[in-house]
Ligand binder design. Structure first.
Ligand code: SF4
Ligand code: SF4
Ligand code: FES
Length: 382
């Protein structure tokens, strides 16, 4: 049976002592979980280690921790997988004289530590979830029998509905590190769960609220950490992008944070140049170079431009001249997309086919060519 070394971060804020690391060596099968190892150490060596857990089956969402630097569920992470995360990253080299793989276990980030591996979910995660009105506000009149929801809509909200509120995405959200007031990935995924539900009566109000909030949907920096972290495939960042598209394209909400104009400036910039011409982006986001508010922003951005020039990251030519124009192909693609009567989105969460035969199995008819598959199976509309 392989041997693993677990380095567990210990901290009791009430003790007044600084955090420290405890090291334990344990023999367990490589497919046993990190939670199995922690519970065994608790049973055999030190019952005082603080960890929250319940189902041990990736359902209750209570055992979120960071393992070798990455957040996830301790009960859903094999020891071997957690150990591999530390290899070759410089993150977690074995201590001198130690040969067994090392797994560092820490509490999740962006939330205060209550004790050891237990964080205060209530003051951060649940507070943010409550912020987005996490319940359905039903349409009137209420039908005599149940509301009928089209199948595609239900499939679409299945993805955010899979959230188990473990907080792993919150733990590593870069935007939240910079702005602790950011509504955050889990709460915004929850918001999409209702904005994508045709039974809800307040889509526009919800979208306006989250667009106008300076810590709302336009605060996300597209870092993808929440997608990597989520053990349930909720892809919170994708739900945030859907909220943005619905706010900007469907409801045309021109928010005071300039999120709407900034996104449209990107599109305009690429359409014109084929590649992003960053020095135009700021002015475009404020209505073009000759708009008075753009002038103010350009003046405030001058120190950054000067720093870029003096450090050689920018040249006067790049700053002032457009050396690249969009080829006809880019323009054709834009026209093609703009010409579509409605916006289609692929929901890649639900994929594959029931009872699909193995492609090379004996007697299998093989997969149909993609163009012959029926449209509802191929794409889900948001
Ligand atoms: S993609 Fe956005 S919401 Fe997700 S972790 Fe990064 S900043 Fe946070
Ligand atoms: S979105 Fe994923 S990572 Fe975030 S709380 Fe829900 S299940 Fe956990
Ligand atoms: S113990 Fe329930 S999700 Fe891990």
């Amino acid at each position: 049976m392989p041997e693993y070394t677990l380095r567990i971060r210990r901290y009791d804020p009430q003790s007044g002592e600084a955090p420290h690391w405890d090291t334990h060596t344990i023999d367990l099968g490589e497919t046993q979980s990190v939670l199995d190892a922690i519970l065994k150490i608790k049973d055999d060596e030190d019952g005082s280690i603080g960890i929250r857990c319940s189902c041990q089956q990736a359902i209750c969402g209570s055992c979120g921790v960071r393992m070798n630097g990455k957040p996830g569920l301790a009960c859903n992470t094999h020891l071997e997988e957690a150990a591999r995360r530390g290899q070759g990253t410089g993150w977690n080299p074995p201590d001198e004289g130690q040969e067994s793989p090392v797994i560092t276990v820490e509490p999740m980030g962006n939330m205060p530590v209550i004790r050891d591996l237990i964080v205060d979910m209530d003051s951060v995660h649940w507070k943010k979830v409550r912020r987005v009105t996490p319940w359905l506000i039903n349409k009137e009149p209420i039908p005599e029998r149940e509301y009928i929801v089209p199948h595609d809509n239900m499939v679409d909200v299945t993805q955010p509905m899979a959230c188990i509120q473990c907080g792993a995405c919150v733990s590593d959200c870069l935007a939240m590190e910079v702005d602790p007031l950011f509504v955050g990935p889990a709460a915004l995924a929850k918001a999409y769960r209702f904005v994508g539900d045709p039974r809800d009566a307040q889509h526009a109000e919800r979208l306006r609220d989250l667009s106008e909030d300076s810590h709302g949907i336009y605060d996300c920096t597209h870092c993808f950490n929440c997608i990597d972290a989520c053990p349930k495939g909720v892809d919170p960042m994708n739900q945030i992008m859907r909220l943005r598209r619905m706010a900007g394209s469907d409801h045309e909400i021109k928010d005071r944070n300039n999120g709407y104009r900034h996104e449209h400036a990107f599109v305009k910039n690429i359409r014109r140049n084929g590649i992003l011409h960053e020095s135009d982006l700021l002015a475009d986001s404020y209505g073009g170079k000759f708009n008075p508010s753009a002038g103010r922003e350009l003046v405030s951005g001058l120190p950054t431009a000067i720093r870029g020039l003096t450090k050689g990251k920018m040249t006067p030519q790049k700053l002032l001249l457009h050396t690249h124009k969009a080829p006809a192909e880019v323009k054709r693609l834009f026209d093609q997309i703009d010409g579509k009567p409605e916006r289609n989105e692929l929901n890649l969460y639900v994929t594959g086919y029931e009872d699909e035969p193995e492609p090379h199995a004996e007697g299998a008819a093989g997969r149909e060519p993609a163009e012959e598959q029926s449209a509802p199976d191929m794409e889900r509309k948001a």
